[in-house]
Design a protein around this ligand. Structure first.
Ligand SMILES: Cc1ncc(COP(=O)(O)O)c(CNc2co[nH]c2=O)c1O
Length: 401
């Protein structure tokens, strides 16, 4: 049985999305910027896609949604154009972010540090969340940008975006949120949250890889990251990938409508909780961060005495796809900032396993995964030189319910 539990890495394209995309490869292949009818024939479905995108994040008609290749491009665009516009050409020299952002933010900020920009990487609390007060305390006269993710990709923890939005508005500081792991899992309402910009990627919500977007609130000035043609009113040059844009729009509509979000919480959330509860019945296991205020599909669990990569290999042999909570840099694992942020000791950092579900997972799949996880833990602990086996913590004696 194939059980895909790595949806925070990428998701399957929904069949309905694929159907919407197919005409734009061999039939309606025109360039939307061409004046002839082959090009203009693409316009109605592009317009519909943008309607879906605006509706999906509750953007105002006056706001902009600019198509990018992915969230990585959108994040780099924000950080580097703020540098160009407000630091090199302005009086600012400070950016605030968190220590648990995706590398698309932290690496871009590290790059700017080398250029002399002062970056504050706020730490998370023991629940794995940034406190809004910490942002308020960090803001200075020369702060050009606050960038804090909406949901963390490893733990699923949701950050206090609305509170941070109010603080940034009051202090007159630009506020960006990387919403890549939030869209399609929780309600993302840019007007309610008071964000100036958000980044997103279609392949995180059952759309195609290679297309994403940057939402820019009306009036926010941000120099283009990609210069060239007049696409996107000159805000992002490059011939539009019509099929992908149409696919992303349809995926947004399918993932963010009221029924879909309710299903995420009631079905996907139930399956995640069932999986998590079953694993926590195994001795010496803990959830990294805490279980409140999370996206409904994600759990990051440390299984003591079981190396994350070895666990993945065991699960993969049984058709189960998951990922570790640690970035594997070379043959010896390096704990990633999320694990470090929880003050996790190196052993904990090496034992994180992330399971991220989707609307396509079934209860039968979760029951199968639970059985295989228990077997893998039993096997790997029995050959572990570091795990002290005792009769009381033998997994096989546990009841599975
Ligand atoms: C919060 C967040 N921001 C940005 C990105 C980058 O998205 P891309 O540009 O479409 O690649 C990711 C991808 N996160 C992951 C990719 O693989 N495992 C992950 O957790 C992410 O989780």
């Amino acid at each position: 049985m194939q059980v895909y539990l790595d949806n925070n890495a990428t998701t399957k394209v929904d069949e309905k999305v694929f159907e919407e995309m197919t005409p734009f490869f061999c039939e309606m292949y025109g360039n939307p910027n061409s004046l002839h009818s082959v090009g203009s024939a693409t316009h109605p479905k592009i317009a519909e896609a943008f309607d879906y995108l605006y509706e999906g994040i509750n953007a105002d008609d006056e706001d902009d949604i600019i198509i990018t290749a992915n969230a990585t491009e959108a994040n780099n665009w924000v950080v580097k154009s703020v540098w160009l516009d407000r630091i090199l050409d302005g009086e600012k020299n400070h950016i605030i972010t968190s220590e648990v952002e995706h590398p698309a933010i932290t690496a871009a900020c590290n790059y700017l540090e080398k250029k002399g920009v002062d970056i504050t990487y706020l730490t998370v609390n023991e629940e794995g969340v940034l406190e809004a007060d910490a942002v308020a305390d960090a803001i200075r006269e020369d702060t050009a940008l606050v960038s804090v993710m909406w949901a963390n990709n490893e733990t699923g923890k949701l950050f206090p975006i609305k509170e941070i939005g109010a603080i940034c508005k009051e202090k007159g500081v630009l506020f960006h949120s990387d919403a890549t792991q939030a869209i399609g899992k929780v309600k993302v309402d840019v007007q309610d949250a008071g964000v100036d910009m958000i980044s997103f990627s279609a392949h995180k919500f059952h759309g195609p890889k290679g297309v994403g977007g940057l939402y820019i609130k009306k009036g926010v000035q941000l120099s283009p990251y990609m210069h060239g043609g007049e696409q996107m009113d000159g805000r992002r040059a490059g011939t539009l990938d019509v099929a992908s844009i149409v696919g992303m729009g349809k995926a947004m509509q399918l993932a963010t409508n009221t029924m879909a979000l309710a299903y995420e919480i009631n079905h996907v959330g139930m399956l995640r909780d069932k999986l998590e509860k079953a694993i926590l019945k195994i001795p010496d296991t803990i959830v990294i961060g805490d279980t409140k205020n999370r996206t409904p599909n994600t759990t990051l669990i440390s299984i003591k005495g079981v190396e994350g990569e070895a666990m993945l290999w065991d699960l993969n042999k049984n058709g189960i796809s998951a990922s570790t909570g640690s970035a594997c840099a070379s043959e010896d694992l390096e704990a990633n900032p999320v694990m470090n942020a929880f003050g996790s000791d190196s052993e904990l950092a090496h034992t994180g396993i992330r399971f991220s579900l989707s609307r396509f997972n079934t209860e039968e799949q979760i029951d199968y995964a639970i059985e295989k996880i228990k077997e893998a833990v039993e096997r790997l602990r029995s050959i572990s030189s570091s795990y002290a086996y005792t009769p009381k913590n033998h997994v096989s004696e546990l009841e599975h319910n």
